[in-house]
Design a protein around this ligand. Structure first.
Ligand code: WT7
Length: 696
């Protein structure tokens, strides 16, 4: 935790010398080009947001912009609208034949849906849901692959006022069960399975497991046929399980949109806190859509001519706000990809527009005739002429590790803007992204936000803001972000502290589903001892501002180390390590130390071409020593890691966040805590052995 005394920033993080002004041709045509937008929005944020809300299609216009009874906000009171109308119907007259979705499956099958076609599918599926008794306010679990049907299902829910709860398709039966029971969904939408690294992921079988005595409320399961005959066996429970295509076949193409109140629930999305059961974040209708629409338009500079690709799965909030609601409310064309970023089938298959399959695997399922292809992302960007790419630092660092040749071999000239989200992006990865993917000419928007905030909170407006690698730069207009000490007092530039949001914003979470007490406690109680403290939103991140008013995110406050009285952020040490030519990725934690309080320990992934051979102890030790020295030179002796462990992998959540808590367990020799949210639990066991071996 951050202590009451804050220290001047000891690191070089905020002293980046490089900065990148918006390219003049970009700035000239940018959606946000008047710098006054910041001043105006700060003077009257409610007027700023009301202006954006008025760009939605309303059935009944709102009367009151905001009602704020901390910690509960209501936005755009008295207004009536429908989200699917705003994302689909209102584009039909001007953009009916424009592609809304361009989909590529892992085996290479391609499908395009225009706004008119999307409208037909959404209406039909909305009628299917209705016919099964789903109505306004009912919850629906979505456990689906990244195919157009996922988007169709989400929009169909909004058309009839049902509340969707998307569960990431990589999650286990247990997660599906827990989340479905928490929301009280009586229907689950799933698929037979989907393609991932050439293999099938059997979603329906996992759903069956979750349902076995596990979800008493669930009455029906609708199953999308994605794999068809490529799956060896599939059980359909009579009376409960229904085929998607059979239900939609004869459904009517017209479904009257439900009239929704601004504050009616739109969706629940669970985030796994570090402890305890997942939190069901609740977002409501008008405020959420206003935030998603405004930020998409201004941060991604969305234009009618763009082919926009956000690589996030719809199982994360990024997929909700920046695959579905933000871009579609703006009438944009969205690219969707089903599979893994480093896998392909042979070109023979991928050009046929069909799903290609060949051999059987151990379970008797067919697998696609593919192989590892670390150029897959760049091939798709070149093939479809994608113009905007929004992805996560974890993927950017994986691409760095794979080497520069992959992007270099493809024409990425269609790209005009790049985005990053999910973690702090260290300057080295930022610069690599800028040079190797953006060809040196694409602005990069590093976007800080959370499932809870619903929309981007801190990010550059790309035509206006000079970026600095590693900084998310400025709060979005109308967002009152600040850096404070433990007493809630604003800190001057250069002092590390706690990030807070001082004023409500339209897309903020409204509560935690079924647990308002926990909502108060997690987000609004940190400063409750001070005057006005109950209206300071506490996101849980550390930050520091620089002299130019840019924000630098320092990671979760719980991860910040206290080394000999100095607050050191994981971000600072990790960035310094990644600057070393041999390092692809690093995770730093503080381990308990008798004298210093905590001592930094670094877990480091080496770029493939510099990795010492397995068993070459001398080379391993030499590289570890070199890295300790490198950090010490760069940031000062106090930051020198006590241990540097070279590893092939790091424990990450399925959304790509490093689980530092587990690394602390390893370094302190504890029993490893809960690993259910890990993408690959085997990594932890391997690291534990390694740590014990290298420490001695
Ligand atoms: C946490 C929220 C936002 C959608 C995806 C993750 C970290 C996110 C950044 C960024 C530094 C970032 C924060 C935040 N984070 N984006 N650009 N720079 N940190 O949503 O799972 O709710 O996680 O992710 O720690 O609190 P989430």
């Amino acid at each position: 935790m951050l202590t009451e005394t804050t220290h001047p920033d000891p690191s070089s993080l905020t002293h980046q010398t490089q900065s990148f002004a918006p390219p003049s041709d970009f700035a000239e045509t940018a959606n946000a080009k008047d710098p006054d937008i910041y001043r105006k929005a700060a003077e009257d944020p409610e007027a700023f947001w009301a202006d954006w809300a008025r760009r939605l299609d309303w059935i009944t216009p709102f009367k009151t912009v905001l009602e704020w009874n901390p910690p509960h906000a209501k936005w755009f009171l008295g207004g009536k609208l429908n989200v699917s109308v705003n994302c689909v119907d209102r584009h039909l007259a001007s953009r009916g034949n424009k592609p809304a979705l361009v989909f590529e499956g892992e085996p290479g099958d391609v499908r395009t849906l225009t706004y008119s076609q999307l409208s037909v599918e959404v209406n039909k599926f909305a009628n299917v849901l209705k016919s099964l008794g789903v109505g306004k306010g009912d919850r629906v679990s979505l456990y689906l692959p990244m195919t157009p049907e996922a988007v169709i299902a989400m929009l169909a829910c909004t058309r009839i006022g049902a509340v969707h709860s998307v569960i990431f398709g990589g999650f286990s039966a247990e997660s599906l069960q827990e989340r479905t029971n928490d929301s009280g969904a009586k229907i689950i939408l799933t698929a037979d399975g989907y393609w991932r690294r050439g293999h099938v992921v059997p979603l329906k079988a996992t759903t069956d497991e979750a349902l076995k005595d596990g979800c008493p409320l669930v009455e029906k399961v609708i199953v999308l046929k994605r794999l068809g005959d490529n799956l060896s066996s599939l059980h359909m429970e009579p009376g409960r399980d229904l085929w998607w295509h059979e239900l939609t076949e004869n459904a009517s193409m017209e479904c009257e949109p439900e009239v929704m109140d601004s504050e009616d629930p739109l969706f629940i999305l669970h985030t796994s806190g570090s402890t305890g059961k997942p939190k069901g974040i609740l977002h409501t209708t008008a405020g959420y859509l206003t935030g998603a629409m405004a930020t998409s338009k201004l941060v991604f500079d969305l234009k009618d001519s763009d082919l926009y690709w956000c690589t996030a799965d719809i199982g994360w909030v990024t997929g909700h706000s920046y695959v579905v609601y933000g871009p579609l409310s703006n009438g944009a064309t969205v690219f969707l990809y089903e599979g893994s970023p480093d896998w392909s089938v042979s070109p023979d298959f991928s050009t046929k527009g069909e799903i290609a399959v060949s051999k059987e695997n151990e379970e008797g399922n067919l697998t696609s005739p593919g192989s590892q292809n670390r150029s897959r992302l760049w091939e798709m960007i070149a093939r479809h002429k994608i113009t905007i790419l929004y992805t996560a630092p974890t993927l950017i660092r994986a691409c760095m590790k794979w080497g520069d040749d992959h992007p270099a071999g493809h024409d990425l000239g269609s790209l005009r803007l790049l985005g990053s989200v999910g973690e702090p992006i260290n300057p080295e990865a930022w610069l690599w992204y800028h040079k190797h993917i953006g060809g040196g000419h694409c602005p990069i928007v590093d976007t800080w936000w959370q499932t809870e905030t619903g929309a981007i909170m801190i990010a550059p407006l790309p035509g206006l803001v000079t970026t600095k690698p590693g900084s998310a730069t400025k709060p979005f207009p109308g967002i009152a972000a600040d850096v404070v000490d433990e007493k809630g007092e604003s800190l001057p530039a250069g002092q590390k502290g706690i990030l807070v949001i001082r004023k409500p914003w339209p897309s903020m979470l409204r509560t935690l589903w079924g647990n308002d007490e926990r909502y108060r406690q997690v987000y609004w109680s940190k400063f409750s001892g001070i005057e006005g403290g109950e209206s300071l939103y506490f996101p849980g991140d550390g930050a520091v501002k620089d002299e130019d008013g840019n924000f630098w995110l320092l990671g979760r406050i719980d991860d910040i180390m206290l080394v000999a009285g100095h607050n050191l952020s994981t971000m600072e040490l990790e960035s310094a390590l990644v600057e070393h030519y041999a390092v692809a990725e690093a995770a730093v934690i503080g381990k308990t130390h008798d004298i210093k309080g905590q001592a930094p320990v670094a877990f480091v992934i080496i770029r493939e071409q510099f990795a010492p051979k397995i068993g070459d102890i001398e080379a391993i030790h030499a590289l570890s020593a070199e890295l300790k020295e490198h950090v010490s030179k760069k940031l000062g002796a106090i930051c020198r890691p006590d241990d540097v462990i070279l590893t092939a992998d790091l424990p990450k959540t399925r959304s790509g966040k490093i689980m530092r808590r587990l690394l602390r367990d390893i370094a302190e020799g504890r029993i490893i805590g809960d690993t259910t949210t890990l993408a690959d639990p085997a990594i932890v066991a391997g690291l534990k052995d390694k740590y014990a071996g290298e420490e001695s």
